[in-house]
Design a protein around this ligand. Structure first.
Ligand code: NIG
Ligand code: FE
Length: 427
């Protein structure tokens, strides 16, 4: 079935030629077509343009083409969420209350809570149940406009449970219409039984886990939580080198809790992205400049944990490309809402709506190696799109931070969701 979307008020993030990413001051530009049409076929974007240039043969209804009228509505490329941990068991709202009462994220982790708490829950959860719980989140983010998502392991922390998580991701790849990339994050936290034996755990990750993950082809990328109280630069470099031998490109957690040296380590090993970056100074910005590593900000976790915000403005001013992702996880960001994330980017990080939109589409696609096929409206790219309710402009999306504005979700050219309230005006 082909889809023809007509009378689109604004078709945003259009490209004649696919770009890898958008940097610096170019981030404040969103190419768009007003009063537009878009045609899909075989799951791809076939054509688009101004309504006045609609080809003659598309003016009348035809067999095999479903027509959607998008009068008053905006069409966006689906969000690309390049950093999540959405395969997990249970939840951690008791720690949420502990933090409200004054404990810090690091204090909770140091007393055996945090990631280790999720690891205990995951250990007790069967693979089927883990799949079922994770699919609820997958379906939730589809409704929220996400079309591609990266998911990390890291709540296993032993070989068997890490493989369990990665197999769940493989099953999600097979069953869901989302584009999925999976990342092995064995070095997410030190398991309790390795207390004071960090090097031995790193050896286990390198000598046992990585070869098994690679032999079953379970991961696309490799990650390390390179931060104060977790893994050192030396651990990180050893793990990244071992992963690279098996073709696992790095995407790492860096500089969330301290100036950890993680940014420099990531750049040194050609990381696709370095993520978090709440602690970023001139040295980190200089180190990223001119490299292919995408700085990825996770304002949901800075917001949820009350951390300092990463210096997005300084990065953009320095000419860097900035991506944003949800970090959807039970401890620091229990939300995969990319629209809300755009609002946080604007409100907390002082990004313009245009910069925030580039950060959650083309740049976050690049941060998971997908900007050739996702992250913009470009002929030949995968037809992952969403159509809003009637709204005044694309800038209304991050502005109306608490309102669900997505009416229709299209993934691989198929309509996944249409709200029944389609005729309702929002403003
Ligand atoms: O990205 N920083 C490390 N990992 C996650 C949090 C995981 C958790 O608390 O469960 C993050 O914030
Ligand atoms: Fe994370």
């Amino acid at each position: 079935m082909r889809l023809l979307i007509r009378n689109i008020k604004q078709l945003v993030q259009v490209e004649e030629k696919a770009r890898r990413l958008v940097s610096g001051k170019d981030m404040s530009v969103i190419p768009l077509i007003s009063d537009a049409y878009l045609l899909t076929g075989s799951g791809r974007i076939m054509d688009f343009g101004r309504m006045e240039d609609l080809p003659e043969e598309l003016k009348y209804s035809q067999k095999g083409i479903k027509i959607i009228d998008a009068s008053g509505r905006i069409v966006f490329p689906s969000f690309c969420d390049s950093h999540t941990h959405l395969v997990y068991a249970g939840s951690r709202e008791a720690e949420f209350a502990d933090r409200i009462k004054g404990l810090s994220y690091e204090e909770i982790a140091a007393r055996g809570g945090g990631i280790l708490n999720s690891a205990r829950l995951l250990h007790k959860t069967s693979e089927d149940d883990l799949y079922r719980q994770s699919m609820v989140r997958i379906n939730e983010i589809i409704e929220l406009g996400t079309g591609a998502v990266e998911i990390k392991s890291g709540y296993g922390l032993n070989t068997e449970d890490e493989l369990k998580m990665l197999r769940v991701m493989r099953r999600i790849k097979e069953e869901s219409p989302l584009e999925i990339r999976s990342t092995f994050l064995g070095a997410h936290a030190l398991p309790a039984e390795y207390k004071n034996r960090r090097e031995e755990y790193v050896d286990l990750v390198i000598n046992e886990m990585i070869p098994l993950v690679a032999s079953e082809n379970l991961a696309d990328y490799i990650d390390v939580f390179c931060d104060k109280g977790f893994f050192t630069v030396e651990d990180t470099e050893r793990i990244l080198m071992a992963g690279l031998k098996y073709g696992l490109l790095p995407k790492i957690h860096a500089n969330e809790l301290a100036f950890s040296g993680g940014v420099q380590a990531g750049v040194k090993y050609g990381a696709l992205s370095v993520d978090h970056l709440e602690r970023t100074g001139e040295a980190e910005i200089a180190c990223l400049t001119g490299t292919d590593t995408v700085p990825t900000l996770l304002p949901g976790s800075a917001f949820f944990l009350g951390l300092p915000d990463p210096p997005a403005r300084k990065m953009i001013k320095a000419g860097l490309p900035v991506a944003m992702a949800s970090d959807y996880n039970p401890g620091s960001s229990p939300s995969g809402n990319m629209k809300m994330l755009m609002s946080l980017g604007c409100i907390r990080l002082k990004m313009l709506p245009e910069e925030a939109l580039n950060a959650v589409t083309i740049n976050s696609a690049c941060a998971m190696g997908l900007s050739g096929t996702h992250g913009s409206v470009c002929r030949g790219k995968v037809a992952n799109l969403f159509i809003t309710k009637e709204i005044p402009s694309y800038q209304f999306l991050p502005y109306a931070f608490g309102t669900d504005l997505i009416e229709t979700v299209i993934l691989k050219g198929e309509i996944i969701k249409t709200l029944s309230l389609s005729k309702q005006m929002v403003n």
